[in-house]
Design a protein around this ligand. Sequence first.
Ligand SMILES: Cc1cc2nc3c(=O)[nH]c(=O)nc-3n(C[C@H](O)[C@H](O)[C@H](O)COP(=O)(O)OP(=O)(O)OC[C@H]3O[C@@H](n4cnc5c(N)ncnc54)[C@H](O)[C@@H]3O)c2cc1C
Length: 297
Amino acid sequence: MDDVIIIGGSFAGLAAALQLGRARRKVTVLDTSLPRNRFAGHSHGLLGHDHKPPLDILAEARQQLARYPTIKLVNARADSISGAIDDFSVLTGDGESLAARRLILSYGVADQMPDIPGFAKGWGTSIVPCPYCDGFEVAGQHWGLVWSGPQSHNQVRLFHDWTDTLTVLTDGHEIPSDVRADLARRKIPVVDGRIAEIAQQGDHNAIVKLDTGSKVSVDILFAHPRNKPSASLHESLDLATVDTPLGIILKVDERRETSLPGIYAAGDLANPLMPSVTLASSHGATAGISAQQSMLV
Ligand SMILES: Cc1cc2nc3c(=O)[nH]c(=O)nc-3n(C[C@H](O)[C@H](O)[C@H](O)COP(=O)(O)OP(=O)(O)OC[C@H]3O[C@@H](n4cnc5c(N)ncnc54)[C@H](O)[C@@H]3O)c2cc1C
């Protein structure tokens, strides 16, 4: 039996494994190699790894983990989880049944691409979610923001630190009159209509075609599609969740323990703030240490 099985071996899961491996705990990491930022050419904001391709950062991390004899990295999907503290079972897609005293869920979330021609193609290059990740490279240029709800008003305020040239695309959302007045005061144009298509030109530069017939060209488009957990394993054990404006996440305490003793969660799957490799790694490390300390005799 393993001490810990980690489901999802990306930034959060590998950070958890590193702490556990260094504490000489027996760990299996199951991973299907589909990190959320795999569409991005470079990852920004992680100390020591700024502006590196995300898959290179993960490959280097996996190489470093190979040094620890108690960590096993397995390329497999977890299909189901069951049991209780000190006696969890995980069934893999290969039909293997694994057992562990603790589980760490770090299988991330999947962005749900809207059914707009060109959206999925531009995701990670001309269409991005986060200014901390991609804002610096296009600072001062013309940004577009696809409105996704009340939280978009905060994005407008946030974006001021990077650019003074912003266009809001309502994409069919109703923007309340007081918010429209604030946008007008900030001299931010608001373009009504649903997005019919997004064409890409060069590395960035999105040309947004609206169902009204008009077109808006921007140097980068920010959008926040809804997301959902990349797997539904938490549902079988009825783990508590929290609603966020863009999807559900798992509820955890400050030690990253979920509502079921012995199961921890880390990374985007349990992060109510913004998605971030740094936060995923930090929460993963916390989950690993918490799981280890919960097994002390
Ligand atoms: C376009 C884009 C660009 C981004 N750029 C940046 C950036 O520059 N800087 C930054 O800090 N953040 C960036 N982010 C955010 C960043 O991608 C996430 O915060 C980070 O990947 C979260 O790490 P994680 O380990 O929680 O989840 P993920 O990286 O999403 O990894 C989850 C892992 O679990 C695996 N998995 C899923 N289901 C199963 C299962 N059933 N069994 C086994 N394995 C499973 C997946 O294959 C995947 O490998 C970006 C996000 C996007 C969408």
